[in-house]
Design a binder for this molecule. Structure first.
Ligand code: AMP
Length: 191
C-alpha cells in the first residue's frame, strides 16, 4: 500500500491534481470536502451539521471528519493506496489518521505540499466559484477566512509530517501538466 497526502491551502489545486494522480496511479481518492458536500446534497444529518461551518469558512469538528475517514478506510479494504485530499487539516486529525492506518498495519508514505501565494489562491477560488457554484469560493471574506484557518490550524499538519521526514514541497504555480509532472516524479521515486 502507498498512502499519499496531497497538502496545500484552499485553491492550491489539490482537487485538479488528485484527479490526474488517481488516473495515473489508481489511488482511492478520499476528499473530506467532497464527502461533506455529498452529505449536504443528500441532506443527511451530518450534512446539515457540517453546512454552517463550511459556509462560514470554518473547519468541521475533528470528531465528525475523523469518523468519516474511519468509515471510508473500513469500506475500502485491499486498495493499492489512499490519496488523502483536504485531510488531515488539524494536528488532531493527523494523529488520528496515523492511528487509523496503524490499526490497518499501514502508514502515510508521503506528503506532497503544493506551495501557492495567497493572491493566486484568492483568484483561483473566485474563478472556481463561477463553475462549481461553491458559495465558500465566491466571497472574498470567506476566502480570506479559509486561508487564515489554513495558516493557524492546518500548517501544523505539515510540521507533524516534516518531523517524520515525509514532506516534499512542490511549486504549485505553472501549468497543470508541469505541476503534475513534479508530483509524479516524487511518487515514482518511491512507489
Ligand atoms: P475543501 O473542499 O477541502 O476545500 O473543503 C471545503 C470545506 O469543508 C472546508 O472549508 C471545511 O469547512 C470543510 N472540510 C473539508 N475537509 C475538512 C477537514 N479535514 N476538517 C475540517 N473541515 C473540513
Amino acid at each position: 500500500m502507498f498512502n499519499l497526502i496531497l497538502f496545500g491551502p484552499p485553491g492550491s489545486g489539490k482537487g485538479t491534481q488528485s484527479e490526474k494522480l488517481i488516473a495515473q496511479y489508481g489511488f482511492k481518492h478520499l476528499s473530506t470536502g467532497d464527502i461533506l458536500r455529498a452529505e449536504i446534497t443528500n441532506q443527511t444529518e451530518l450534512g446539515l451539521k457540517a453546512k454552517s461551518y463550511m459556509d462560514a469558512g470554518q473547519l468541521v469538528p475533528d470528531e465528525v471528519v475523523i469518523g468519516m475517514v474511519d468509515a471510508a478506510i473500513m469500506a475500502n479494504p485491499g486498495v493499492h493506496g489512499f490519496l488523502f485530499d483536504g485531510f488531515p487539516r488539524t494536528k488532531a486529525q493527523a494523529e488520528a489518521l496515523d492511528n487509523l492506518l496503524m490499526s490497518h498495519e499501514s502508514h502515510i508514505d508521503l506528503m506532497l505540499a503544493l506551495d501557492v501565494p495567497d493572491e493566486e489562491l484568492m483568484a483561483r477560488m473566485l474563478n472556481r466559484s463561477k463553475t462549481s457554484g461553491r458559495t465558500d469560493d465566491a466571497d472574498p471574506a470567506i476566502q480570506q477566512k479559509r486561508i487564515n484557518v489554513y495558516k493557524n490550524e492546518t500548517l501544523a499538519v505539515a510540521e507533524h509530517y516534516r518531523h517524520l521526514d515525509k514532506v516534499v514541497h512542490i511549486n504549485g504555480l505553472g501549468s497543470i501538466d508541469d505541476i503534475f509532472a513534479a508530483l509524479a516524479a516524487e511518487i515514482d521515486a518511491r512507489d
